[in-house]
Design a protein around this ligand. Structure first.
Ligand SMILES: [Zn+2]
Ligand SMILES: [Zn+2]
Length: 60
């Protein structure tokens, strides 16, 4: 079983391949901006779901 590595953006819940640090260019940029956003906005499904949970919004 391969180790799953998490995106280095602390706000991000995505997993990334062993040789990658970020799941997307968005997270690569966010890592340099330091805590600017309260939620990851990479638009990957795992983060989008987490975002809805954090907002407490009901699915339509
Ligand atoms: Zn993310
Ligand atoms: Zn990410």
């Amino acid at each position: 079983m391969a180790n799953e590595k998490k995106c280095t953006n602390a706000k991000c819940h995505c997993t990334v391949p062993e040789h990658e640090q970020h799941c997307s260019d968005h997270c690569k940029d966010a890592a340099g901006e330091k805590e600017r956003a309260s939620q990851c906005d990479c638009e990957h499904e795992s983060c989008a779901l987490n975002y809805e949970l954090a907002q407490g919004s009901m699915p339509t």
